[in-house]
Each structure stands twice: as C-alpha cells, then as structure tokens.
Ligand binder design. Structure first.
Ligand SMILES: [Ca+2]
Ligand SMILES: [Ca+2]
Ligand SMILES: [Ca+2]
Ligand SMILES: [Ca+2]
Length: 485
C-alpha cells in the first residue's frame, strides 16, 4: 500500500504475493524515493517477483489537515493500530477479489475485424511495432510471393515500402539497437523448403532518416534455410542478441527432413556492417525447427528461448558470461508424438493463469491441435489437447483478452491453402483445464502469422493476423466482454 502526494492510498497486489506497505516515510516496493514513475516501479516489482504485477488503485482517504484529537498523533500520520487495521482490511478485500475472480472468469469478448491489406498473396508473417515513433503500433506484413517488404502506418494503414527486390522473404523481428526510438529490423530472405536452393540471407534494416522511405540493409549472415528470427538479451548485459533458427539441416529432405539443425545467435557488432560472428546455441535439434520464442523464464536479467519443432518444445538458457558463456538446452515436452512430419510442435507461447505459468502450442508441425501444458509439482509439463479441429495450425499467441487475470489463447488456421478462421480459447479457471472456444471471422482469415497488441490504445488487447489463402492482413479490435446469458 502506498499513499501518493494527494493522499490516495495504493496497494500493490501480486498473484503470489500480497505486497502491502505504507508509503509513509518509506517507499512502496523498496524503490528509491526519487522514483515516482509507476510504470518503472511496476516493471521492477514484476522483475523482482518474476511475474506480472497488478496495481489496484484504491482511494481510501484524502489526507486533509484537521485538528489533532487528544491522545492522537498529528494529522497526516497513521497510528500503528490504524496500519494494522488497514492491512487486515485490504488483505481481506484482495483475497475476496481474487477468489471471486477465480470463481468467475470473464466470458468471451467481441472482436470487430478491420482490413489493413486486402491483397497480400500468401500472407505469411506479421510484426507489430511502432516504426514512426508516434506511439501507435504499426504493422509489417510479409509474404514470400512478393519481393517488396512493406509496413502499414497506424491508424490509416498507409503502405510504405521498407525493402525491395528481396526474394523468398520469410521472417522479421524488431529491436531499437541505437535507441533513436525507431527499431531496426532483422529480416530473412532467400528461403526455400529445399535446403540446396535456400541461401538463407539475414539482413539488418535501418531507416534512412524517414521511415516512410525505403530502409538501408546490411548483410548479417548467409545460412541455408534461415527461417525465424528473434531478439533476446541472452546474457543479461541489457543488449539484445540476434537469434536465428534455420528450418532444417543442409542434408534434410522432405517429407521427414532427417538431419540435425542448429539454432544460432549473433552478438551485435559495434559496426553493423559486420562481421556478425555466428555462435551455436543448440546443434542437437532434429528435423524441422519451426519457431523460436523469447521468454522470461526464471525472473533473472537474462531472457530465455523456447523452440518448437519436431523434437517438441525445448528451453534454451545461457549460463556463464563472456567467453565462458554456454547453453543449457532442456526438452520440456515432446509435443505430438507421431512419426515425422506429423511430429512435435509448430509454435509455442508462454502465458499465465493467475500465479501459474502455462505453455500453449500448436501441434504437431503445421498441425491440428491446440495444446496447453501446465507444470506439476515435480517440474514436469502435463499435456492437454484442448482442441483438435484446426485444418493446419501455424502460430499461436496468448493475451488476457477479457481482463480477468487469466491469459487466453488465439490461434490461426492456414487450412492447407483453404479458407480458415480465427480461434480463441478463453481460460475458464486457473488450472488450465477448462477453455471456452470461440471462432471469429469464420473462413475469412487463413491465419499464418499472428500478434497480440493494443492497436488503438484503449488498453484492450487486440489481435493482428495475416492470411495465406485469404491473402489478407487484418486487425481484430477487442470490443470488450459480451454479457453472459
Ligand atoms: Ca506508429
Ligand atoms: Ca546481451
Ligand atoms: Ca482471460
Ligand atoms: Ca485495443
């Protein structure tokens, strides 16, 4: 609990921890006194507690001068007895609110579809990031069927070309390396499912003064079948490294793609024109390596990686520093267990159900199942298929769309070249067992790529999706929970 300069009393509530402390003569959450930025306080509290914190502002009293009563302290101070009383009261309120939330998860929300681009043949990957520094998240849509990479400016969605003459575009990731407020983009091109035909070019794009004009590109690497990129601070030095996940090994052939495939990373050189030294994270993965996702796994300064592929879901964690840095690679779950290529996982996302962590995945590779994993007391991940009706799933995202403190799931369906729909799954309790399935934009979105972000700044999480056969790019505006019947 905290009183601000207006006398409002705040409580900081954490799913694990009811963190209650008076501001009177001390700081909330043990922050420096000169730090009055609540965003920063919550960021630090979140890091400290290894989970998102929720701030509930509760105005309990307004501190107004009043004459001191006999046997009482001066106005503006709180007695020890009052502190105890307030703490008990607030703990009861918090506990009640949490149990009520756990008993009554919010229902599905209504989404309104908005078209960003109606003609992007073979729409494959989407990226949401602010590219013109106006505070509104913009959208990059990528397809291998065009040699132009373009972004769409929020809110009118005017199209601007980032790069031209790039064949076989396959993926991209954003990170503001130089701190000018406009991110640099890692982009991968010259991809092909046949390794011998895939140069696998990795680029770094930087704006050239005006982000609406074509960006400058420098080469990072050439590694056959480079397919998925991400930025992560794997060593905790506050600088992001570039992660590159090629799809398959050099000898891999359809349909089983038997070969080892190596997950690699690069430290950003002082001179971006290179060289970027390629370093191995894990060279023992098998078959298809489909997605690499950045997570904060253990609450330290370092970010960890989850990969999804034929092997299943693997956690990659860097330990040690500098030249002594090494990687611990641990299989968390095998995913869908069947012979390749119907093996493992296509994508993975980490979410939270109150205080519990969970994993959501699409399985097997390009598969039909939406799967939820929850952790048991022995640190093992229990698998539960919550839906098996996708025709061809690809990517999966999580977000608390209905604001009940339980993260929900959204998955696209590429539908093997047919018309797909968007699938939402709303958490119905904190155990990860019950999920409410809702279909949005039926047969109008063959979703290959997806992203979750608040596109219109109303604090409700929206969804952006790009479709293959439907050749479109849309954002789905979260209109809030629909009333329960
Ligand atoms: Ca913007
Ligand atoms: Ca780093
Ligand atoms: Ca929810
Ligand atoms: Ca929104």
């Amino acid at each position: 609990m905290n009183t601000d300069e207006n006398g409002s009393v705040f409580i900081c509530v954490h799913p694990w921890l009811h963190f209650v402390q008076f501001m009177q003569n001390e700081n909330p959450c043990q922050f420096p006194k000169d730090s009055l930025d609540w965003g920063e306080r919550m960021t630090r509290l979140t890091r400290w507690c290894n989970a998102p914190a929720i701030v509930h502002p509760v105005i309990l009293s307004e501190r107004r001068p009043s004459p001191p009563e006999p046997n009482q302290q001066a106005s503006g101070e709180v007695t020890a007895a009052e502190k105890v009383l307030l703490l008990m009261l607030l703990s009861a309120v918090i506990a009640g609110a949490h149990s009520a939330a756990a008993e009554k998860p919010a229902g599905p929300v209504e989404f309104r579809a908005h078209v960003i681009e109606a003609k992007i043949p073979g729409g494959y990957a989407v990226l949401v990031t602010d590219l013109n520094k106006d505070g509104r998240p913009d959208v990059v849509g990528l397809t291998s069927r065009l040699t132009e990479l373009a972004w769409y400016e929020n809110p009118g969605w005017e199209r601007h070309v980032l790069a031209e003459s790039m064949r076989g575009l396959v993926n991209m990731a954003a990170c503001d390396l130089d701190g000018d407020g406009i991110p640099e983009l890692a982009v991968e091109s010259e991809f092909d499912m046949v390794a011998a035909r895939s140069r696998g070019l990795v680029w770094l794009l930087r704006h050239d003064g005006d982000p609406r004009k074509p960006w400058k590109a420098v080469t990072v690497d050439e590694l056959a079948t480079s397919h998925h990129v991400a930025w992560a601070d794997v060593d905790g030095d506050k600088r992001k490294e570039l992660i590159n996940a090629p799809l398959i090994g050099a000898k891999a052939l359809a349909p089983k793609y038997e070969d080892r495939v190596a997950l690699v990373y690069y430290r950003v050189p002082a001179d971006w024109t290179g060289p970027w030294e390629r370093r191995v994270i894990d060279d023992s993965l098998n078959g298809v390596l489909h997605r690499v996702r950045v997570v904060q796994w253990d609450g330290d300064r370092r970010e960890e990686l989850l990969t999804a592929g034929f092997d299943g879901i693997v956690l990659h964690r860097a330990v040690g520093a500098g030249g002594a840095l090494r990687w611990e690679n641990r299989l968390l779950a095998k995913g869908h267990e069947e012979g390749a290529p119907r093996a493992g996982a296509s994508d993975v996302a980490m979410g939270r159900l109150g205080k519990r962590r969970f994993l959501a995945s699409v399985e097997p590779w390009h598969g039909n199942e939406v799967v939820v994993y929850t952790e048991d007391n022995a640190d093992r991940w229990q698998r539960r298929v919550i839906f098996d009706g996708l025709v061809e799933g690809h990517e999966i995202c999580v977000g608390d769309f209905n604001g009940d403190g339980l993260e929900d799931i959204v998955a696209g369906d590429r539908a093997r070249g047919g018309r797909g729909s968007v699938h939402f799954f709303y958490a119905q309790d904190a155990s990860g067992v019950a999920w409410l399935h809702r279909v949005v934009d039926s047969e109008e979105m063959s979703g290959s790529g997806c992203a979750v972000a608040d596109i219109n700044g109303d604090r409700r999480l929206d969804v952006v999706m790009i479709g293959g056969a439907t050749a479109n790019l849309k954002w789905y505006e979260n209109l809030g929970a629909t009333p329960r019947r």
